[in-house]
Write a protein of this length. Sequence first.
Length: 428
Amino acid sequence: MKKIIIIVLSLSIVLGFLFWKFAPNISLFNKPEPQGPITLTYWGLWEDDNLIRPVLNEYQRQHPDIIINYEKKSSLNYRTRVQAQIREGVGPDVFRIHNSWVPMLQTDLAPAPAELFTPVNYRNIFYPVASDSFIKNNQIYGASMGVDGLALFYNEDMLNAVGGRVPKNWQEFTDSAVKMTVRDESGIKTAGAALGTAGNVDHWPDILGLLLFQQPGVDLNNLATPQVAEILRFYTGFVIDPRKKTWDTNLPKSTEMFAQGRLGFYFAPAWRAYELSVANPALKFKTVPVPQLSGSTVGWASFWGEAVSAKSKKILEAWKFVKFLTSAEAEKLTYQQAVQIRLFGEPYSLVSLNAELLGDPVMGAFVAQGPVYKSWYLSSNTSDLGVNDEMIKNFEDGINAVLAGTDPAVALQTINSGVKQVLDKYTK
């Protein structure tokens, strides 16, 4: 009996020591150690830290447990770089993508949690083109802080000088463009409109994309049709048709021509407004929605949104941050900050804010087209080395062939074959 007591006492001493030594690390007896703040890495494009910082600070004020590490990235080859880093597990939590990139990036994106966004409330918040771009298989893969696309910029002095009026349709556009064109023996000195080439017309792919959506009967899966041939004739006609010639291949780039006050009509997105104002502060210009064909109203959209990496360890927190970035509070704060720094902000992506910019002489045209925007894989300036760049190359070759004398119907055979290859490669 004495031996048993000694053994029990010995075991008690050993167990007591073990409890004293290790129990503090056992959650059964202790509360878990408090975690530090969550850090989210956010990759942006174009916006310097001083522009985006007020929005980030406001989010961190509301969420003191979140730290946002913002990094501005170069747009050159950005898509391939961010995709490679995500797949290596070292990419950002939140990053910017073009609205046409979801087919290329879908497996690298984390869809929005249903508690934050559902397809139904998403479609009520944003313009239809956002849903068309970012919702796939009833999953939401991105949300945008702004919307952009093509508007018609016009030189007020040039248009007034010929007694022209702001065009609402393509016939009015062509008539006024011809009147504003001034030539001498050396060629065009002042151009009425910049269309017709793939070399010196900035945003020409977007213009073609617009025309494809406006032309009745166009099937984007089969472009070798008379309807698309007519689009090529119309577009290149501003160079090769003497009845409506307003542009030439040897002129400077269209943005440069417009900034110099030598171009009447210029198609461009909203972000060009700041460049023009810096290049020529005395330039008097306004914007209006793009011209239309009778019986339809269609605009062209090309914009960027925020997405969440599928490899993020904080997907819910990252999507909460994206939801804040696309809130009315954040969009208005970003716009106000941009106006102070670069005169113009990004047009609001929210339907609820549409009326706040409608009366603006430059930004108003972009939000006015919000409900009728369409988008496809002919978006310029994405530098994506993918669906847009490859699609654009097919159309560039076709336009150059038509300018060199090839019949548009013949050129379309080659374009159509290339387009199908691109669609099969990236979207099927």
